[in-house]
Design a protein around this ligand. Sequence first.
Ligand SMILES: Cc1cc2nc3c(=O)[nH]c(=O)nc-3n(C[C@H](O)[C@H](O)[C@H](O)COP(=O)(O)OP(=O)(O)OC[C@H]3O[C@@H](n4cnc5c(N)ncnc54)[C@H](O)[C@@H]3O)c2cc1C
Length: 326
Amino acid sequence: YKVNSDRYQICDYKRPTTIVPVVGQHVRWEFKINHDDDLDHLENEDNIRSMMKPHLWRINPEIHLSSGKLLRSKAYTYHGVLAKNFKYNNCFLLGDAAHQMPPFLGQGLCQGIKDAYNLCWRLTGVKNNVMNTKILEMYSLERKGVVDFTIRNAIKQGDIIGSQDRFKAYIRDIYLNISKYIPKLLDNLRIAYSWRIKKGNIDTDLFPNKANGVIIPHPSLALKKDNKLFDEYIGNNFGLLVFDNSINIVNEIKKLSSSSIFGENIFHIDETNEFNKDKKIFKWSKVNNISAAIIRPDKHIYGCVDNTNIINDIDQLTNKLISEIQ
Ligand SMILES: Cc1cc2nc3c(=O)[nH]c(=O)nc-3n(C[C@H](O)[C@H](O)[C@H](O)COP(=O)(O)OP(=O)(O)OC[C@H]3O[C@@H](n4cnc5c(N)ncnc54)[C@H](O)[C@@H]3O)c2cc1C
């Protein structure tokens, strides 16, 4: 059978259900456990298939209830917890050791990977004596801010999807149905720029921009340069992306003594650039009024400048970065 790749959160107050086609023919199903469920037989195949029955048509209307193989079924509980600090002396916490959250945003492991990205460049910099030990303190500050936000939103999302109060579920359904006609109502539920780092090694005062602290959007995975994807191409050190169409700006920036911190990692991304073939990244820079941006090794934007005085402003921003990390 062909598996429909759409994902569903089925807000049925009697049995909230999640359907996530993951890869190939594999589909992940989740069902909320009710108080009157028979816990001894909950994970039995017959029981699982009976819970699948009302929704199977969404995967493919022709799928028969007995088709496919049940690989694993497991009852689980969840909670939202966050360590007070992700660093104790020379010991760092990351992943589920630092935070655990309800699964509704699919972010548990993702946030653990982000912890690792955030910590690794700091440890490498300190180990190689090119960064000061102060930056290790920022790991906890940056990651706690983002993960706290994520946990709260996962709980909120779970409350919306999984409400089993008939009245609340009724109001929710009316609200969502009206939103089909007035999409603006969904703004309250949207999680915009959710993973933005607000405090830490991010420029918040010199050239404030709402893109500072977010991850640089990745161009289409079909686009490669020198056989490398965009994130591989821009490397694992601090880098500078220049979006101005003029190559002269790049050459002038390279003459600044401050720019030596980027080594070879200064890139000119004009409209004709290979990575702009999907026409996204250059447009993104224009929408956010960015002429040049400093990218951290974990691909977060440290800071950016507009086109008022690019060379001078980049010099100031780079010197600010140097004073923070060296
Ligand atoms: C139902 C469910 C759905 C989820 N869905 C998603 C999702 O869609 N997306 C997502 O990003 N995340 C999801 N998660 C969360 C994700 O699974 C976890 O966040 C992730 O596995 C945590 O990885 P970790 O390496 O930090 O910890 P763990 O996976 O817990 O790994 C820790 C390892 O350390 C081992 N260990 C423990 N103590 C010791 C010891 N003393 N010595 C040696 N080894 C030890 C353990 O055996 C384990 O193998 C989901 C979780 C659940 C339960």
